[in-house]
Design a protein around this ligand. Structure first.
Ligand code: AMP
Length: 371
């Protein structure tokens, strides 16, 4: 199947072509057709499946075809997402996908001054990407009104709830027009999410891709059994062996992430940590230094890493095992994307062996022992 067969129109096809997208991913194949005819969507998919394009392309196409000629530009689509990183990435994708449409978009998130975001809003935009807090803030200041929204995306709904955004969302929902298209995406579907989805979707088309356990099949997974105090030497040795490989390293705690970054920098391995205590600027700098290969390693906590879109990532290292088995799958899902193969290495100390059992049960695979 091609994008053309999904009835994607020329200005968007051209942009996708430039991005090198030759075929729609499974979630795109399922979601684009119903979304183009304005159906609500309930999407079960995680980052890495191509879900951003799955919800963005139908919205862009509908907005492009329903041009409001001569009228003042008003916000017609809202994409709500839990983290700043994710918001920025979605906005970057929109920049690519809307390139030949003349549509305008911008992103707002907290942790930075609002001035430049407000100035952008004032120029008139069609699609707004936002995190909940800043959006409510600007709505309260009457800088943003949602009265003209025709398309609403709730992205990473499960993570929104985990991060405590449920009250923000409940305050936002009544401010949106009743008549609109809603695209609801979540990586998991616990009952709280199912209840939320039922309360906001109308007769949705359900789309679902790769259950968590089979995503890991394209990733070679190895485990190192090491004592806690040996982990840093093992990490340095592995990274020095293969200096060209960019590695995303996961730490369970913010403090641990900083510590690993310090140890690596001391041994001459370029590194930076990203986590919730870092300023937005520091996080963005770290991410762009990593993407441009200025630094070899990025050390992240789970929340900070969530939604980071880094292409061609070959190596993920779990310095600590996560507390929840699903998190392991989210972590290693950073590699082996879009048909590429990847490698995931996990360091397991004695007291972490219980977690390993859960992970192997969830993925249905035994990790290969590397030492
Ligand atoms: P997402 O799940 O939206 O974060 O997308 C994951 C990655 O897949 C991003 O780097 C996208 O640019 C890429 N991607 C999305 N759709 C396609 C496609 N049809 N072909 C190739 N790459 C894609």
């Amino acid at each position: 199947m091609t994008f053309k067969e999904l009835i994607i129109i020329e200005p968007i096809l051209r942009a996708l072509n430039e991005k090198g997208y030759t075929m729609p991913t499974p979630i795109q194949q399922q979601a684009i057709t119903p979304a183009l005819v304005n159906r609500d969507i309930l999407g079960l998919a995680q980052t890495g499946t191509g879900k951003t394009a799955a919800f963005s392309l139908p919205i862009i196409q509908q907005l492009y075809l329903n041009k409001t000629h001569g009228k003042k530009r008003e916000i017609r689509a809202l994409i709500l997402t839990p983290t700043r990183e994710l918001a920025i990435q979605i906005n970057e994708c929109l920049t690519d996908y809307t390139k030949y449409t003349g549509l305008r978009h911008c992103v707002i998130y907290g942790g930075v001054k609002q001035n430049s975001q407000v100035n952008q809003l004032k120029t008139g935009i069609d699609i707004l990407v936002a995190t909940p807090g800043r959006l409510l803030d600007l709505m309260n200041q009457r800088i943003i009104s949602l009265d003209t929204i025709c398309h609403f995306v709730l992205d990473e709904a499960d993570r929104m709830l985990d991060m405590g955004f449920i009250h923000d969302i409940k305050r936002l929902l009544p401010k949106l027009p009743k008549e609109k298209q809603t695209l609801f995406f979540s990586a998991t579907m616990p009952s709280s999410i199912a209840v939320l989805s039922r309360s906001i979707l109308h007769n949705p088309v359900k789309v679902e891709v790769t259950p968590v356990s089979s995503i890991v099949d394209t990733i070679d997974q190895y485990i190192y059994f090491v004592e806690k105090q040996e982990k840093k030497d093992l990490l340095i040795n592995l990274l020095k062996k293969d200096k060209k490989k960019s590695a995303l390293i996961f730490s369970r705690t913010k403090h641990g992430a900083d510590k690993i970054a310090r140890i690596l920098s001391k041994s001459g391995i370029g590194s930076a940590a990203i986590h919730g205590n870092k300023s937005q600027n520091a996080r963005q700098r770290a991410l762009s230094d990593f993407k441009s290969h200025k630094i070899q390693t990025l050390i992240a906590t789970d929340i900070a890493a969530r939604g980071i879109d880094i292409n061609n990532l070959e190596l993920v290292i779990n310095y600590d095992l996560p507390d929840v088995a699903e998190t392991y799958v989210h972590r290693i899902g950073r590699t082996g994307r879009a048909g590429n193969t990847g490698v995931a290495l996990t360091f397991c100390a004695n007291d972490e062996k219980v977690m390993l059992k859960d992970i192997q049960k969830l993925t249905g695979r035994k990790l290969l022992v590397a030492n």
